[in-house]
Write a protein that binds this ligand. Sequence first.
Ligand code: HEC
Ligand code: HEC
Ligand code: HEC
Ligand code: HEC
Ligand code: HEC
Ligand code: HEC
Ligand code: HEC
Ligand code: HEC
Length: 344
Amino acid sequence: MSIRSACLALVILFFGLSAHGAESVLTINYPPDNSVREFDIVGLSVNLSKEAVSRIAVNVNGIEKSSIDPDNAVECFTVPVTPGINNIELVAYNGEIVLEKFSRVVFRRSELASQYRSIPTGFKRDYFHMETREQCTKCHVLEPNIYDIKPISPATFTAEKFDSQAVIAATSTCYSCHKNMMSQVYAHGPASVWSCLSCHESDTIPEYSVKKPDSEMCYGCHVEQMRNWMSKKYSHGPVTIGMCTICHSPHGSQNEFNLFKATWDLCINCHAEKADGVHVIGGSLITDGHPTRDRPDPVRIGKELTCASCHDPHASNFPHLWAFDVTDLFELCSKCHKNYSTQN
Ligand code: HEC
Ligand code: HEC
Ligand code: HEC
Ligand code: HEC
Ligand code: HEC
Ligand code: HEC
Ligand code: HEC
Ligand code: HEC
């Protein structure tokens, strides 16, 4: 043994012993560090010494998002994340005393935010369902069943009832871990009834992949929309290439039509220069733009004026995607300005 390797062996021995000496009160089983997410929540699962730990606080980028008083040796929870880097810090307390801190860094990718579209170096996509996850199957079922297409009741899973095969069979396999995903103001039809396998296929690689482009999947049910939009002369860029989920969440969101952002914010994400409405009447002597929001829509009563008041987000027979069946600009204006000539 050379002196160098002898030293190395000592170093290993030293660290091995010291790590053993001060055993950690908590171990994070999921998620792995430096992993990538596509949605707004992350699931966490930890093993802990419930005698030592009286409370776990979870901070995301310095703000407390969750706090639990652990009852079990395994605790699972979900926390929200925002586009970009999220520093998830778990703080284990005993009373007021901080025992230990743990951290996981995850990157929330977003197709709608140019600065967060590509994955930074050092981060990688972690496919949860591509591994057997024995740490989880002690309590959770990971094999899907026919009820994941049409569960009788998604919500019956509890730790106590867990052993009952009948309950498992009638329950959505996905619910126990993904339940928080569906706590949204607006929920998409099939996802709201936990018909998860109507889009996610269980025999794909990676597991639970969906058909691409999105339209392959969406038009499977939205046949009426497909026929309508396909019959139009022009379609909107992202729709033409079948990217429905750049605008719509397939699961649910805080906005009408399950949009990732409210309509106006969604549009200006890609068409920032149109926000001021100068493009509508810019050719005339009026220098201020036409309003594009914060006014009542004169045609769609009860709704706000937005970009979609004039433009169809999907398809139209007119090149600028008019939301109305009109052939020229003046006909468009007169849809809302009944006495257009006298009003101005
Ligand atoms: C000792 C049993 C046990 C083990 C082991 C376990 N879980 Fe859990 N988990 C539960 C219970 C019980 C729930 C609560 C289910 C409910 O309320 O419907 C849960 C809930 C969850 C949730 C949802 C939490 C929430 O509040 O939204 C996630 C995510 C989760 N588990 C992930 C995992 C992962 C990943 C693993 C493996 C690394 C794992 N669990 C291992 C028992 C366990
Ligand atoms: C043991 C808990 C657990 C169960 C049960 C579970 N999932 Fe997951 N799933 C996860 C976790 C954890 C992730 C990682 C993303 C996250 O943190 O939310 C994930 C990720 C995914 C992904 C993203 C791709 C991947 O592999 O990371 C899909 C799609 C998915 N789950 C679908 C499903 C469907 C459909 C079901 C039901 C048939 C299901 N899951 C059941 C815990 C679970
Ligand atoms: C209408 C189709 C559809 C339905 C129904 C649906 N999903 Fe998805 N899901 C998608 C699409 C599309 C994606 C994005 C995947 C992609 O683009 O690769 C996705 C992504 C996911 C992810 C990945 C999130 C991440 O962090 O990466 C999870 C988890 C997931 N779905 C779980 C579920 C669960 C659980 C259900 C049932 C409640 C469900 N889905 C129902 C279409 C659907
Ligand atoms: C398994 C069938 C199914 C698939 C696949 C599906 N949808 Fe749906 N979708 C529905 C049902 C059912 C409704 C609810 C219909 C209703 O309430 O009028 C709905 C409603 C919607 C709505 C809201 C309509 C409204 O008036 O609020 C939008 C937007 C939508 N889907 C978009 C999509 C997109 C985008 C995809 C592809 C990612 C998709 N759907 C895939 C069945 C499906
Ligand atoms: C550029 C963003 C965007 C894209 C891409 C997009 N949508 Fe939409 N979608 C919207 C907006 C905005 C609304 C609400 C329109 C309104 O306010 O009338 C909507 C409404 C809907 C509705 C309910 C109203 C209706 O017309 O039936 C369905 C269903 C729908 N979209 C499905 C789809 C499908 C399927 C795709 C992919 C082929 C798709 N969308 C692509 C933005 C988009
Ligand atoms: C993800 C990016 C994206 C989003 C979000 C988006 N668009 Fe577009 N839009 C495009 C692309 C790409 C084109 C096609 C490129 C071009 O012709 O300039 C386009 C073209 C258009 C055109 C037609 C231009 C022409 O005269 O040919 C209109 C009108 C339009 N978008 C309106 C909207 C409205 C309204 C919304 C919100 C509901 C919206 N866009 C949201 C990417 C987007
Ligand atoms: C009051 C009706 C109206 C509203 C509201 C409106 N537009 Fe337009 N838009 C027009 C008209 C009119 C044109 C055609 C202008 C021309 O031909 O010079 C147009 C053209 C466009 C074009 C294509 C122009 C090009 O350069 O190719 C895009 C993209 C567009 N609008 C996006 C938007 C977005 C995004 C919003 C919301 C912020 C919006 N519009 C709100 C009426 C409207
Ligand atoms: C979808 C409905 C809609 C269409 C189409 C529309 N407008 Fe308007 N327009 C409005 C609303 C709403 C206002 C705000 C009225 C108010 O403030 O009370 C407005 C205001 C205006 C104003 C006054 C500007 C100001 O700052 O007060 C002018 C000028 C105008 N529109 C011209 C046009 C022209 C030209 C067209 C056709 C290119 C057009 N509009 C198409 C809804 C529309």
